[in-house]
Design a binder for this molecule. Structure first.
Ligand SMILES: C[S@@+](CC[C@H](N)C(=O)[O-])C[C@H]1O[C@@H](n2cnc3c(N)ncnc32)[C@H](O)[C@@H]1O
Length: 221
């Protein structure tokens, strides 16, 4: 069985177009959230996301094209980006659930932000006919609450804990199947796939994170 792991230093808009239709078993991806960032000295605001709508429509349409009929899509978001992503995804897929990632702790002084969310989508039934067991709240410590012990040092500002990504990969695919992540960052999804004997294809636009992801991959036995 060919267990290929492929990370490409490219804008995913270009990279996705080169993937074969009907070739991906699961998408596990963590796009930039944009809100809360500072740019030009100003705080990012919700309506800034409108600029990104055409981009994400193209990306999610590509997910639909490359996904196998019974494939699964998991898109990370937070309390500010969920209302932006949901209507776009809902036009393309059947949105099955919102999984809450309970991080145990988090920053913030108006009650702390201690969760993020994962939107779970599939093709409509009967193409997708699997039932998923378990609750839609998953507790995995973030870096600030203990993940460091098992993940090494945090090297990307929005790096996800390996245990959480492994849980997603195990929940959505079998050994030898293929996972797509078009926002690779430090390569957590690729590392999880290599450890769990899945194939992987992913894109990272920034060369420094692409290099970090390759280095992390090499360290996986
Ligand atoms: C939220 S981070 C992903 C973090 C990752 N889950 C991890 O654990 O390290 C999103 C990444 O997407 C990359 N990115 C942003 N726009 C992109 C694009 N158009 N194509 C490919 N990568 C992109 C950013 O450079 C950033 O590293």
């Amino acid at each position: 069985m060919n267990k290929q792991i492929s990370i490409i230093n490219k804008n995913c808009i270009d990279g996705l177009k080169k993937l074969e239709s009907n070739s991906i078993n699961a998408v596990v991806t963590d796009p930039p959230y944009f809100c809360g960032m500072t740019h030009n000295g100003n705080k990012g605001i919700y309506s800034d996301l409108n600029l990104m709508e055409p981009f994400f429509k193209i990306v999610f349409e590509e997910f639909k094209r490359v996904l196998k009929p019974d494939g699964e899509v998991y898109v990370f978001c937070d309390w500010r980006t969920y209302p932006f992503f949901y209507p776009i995804l809902e036009q393309i897929f059947t949105v099955r659930n919102r999984i809450t990632w309970d991080k145990k702790s988090g920053p913030g002084c108006y009650y702390s932000f201690c969760h993020e969310d994962i939107i779970f989508c599939t093709n409509p039934s009967p193409a997708f006919n699997k039932h998923k067991r378990g609750l839609n709240i998953w507790r995995f410590p973030a870096f600030s609450s203990g993940a460091k012990k098992t993940n090494g040092e945090k090297i990307h500002p929005t790096q996800k804990p390996l245990e959480l990504i492994e849980h997603l990969v195990l929940s959505s695919t079998q050994e030898g199947e293929t996972v797509l992540d078009c926002f690779v960052g430090s390569g957590t999804t690729a590392v999880a796939c290599k450890k769990l004997k899945r194939q992987f294809v992913g894109f990272e636009i920034q060369s420094k994170y692409y290099q970090m992801a390759l280095k992390r991959l090499k360290e996986v036995k």
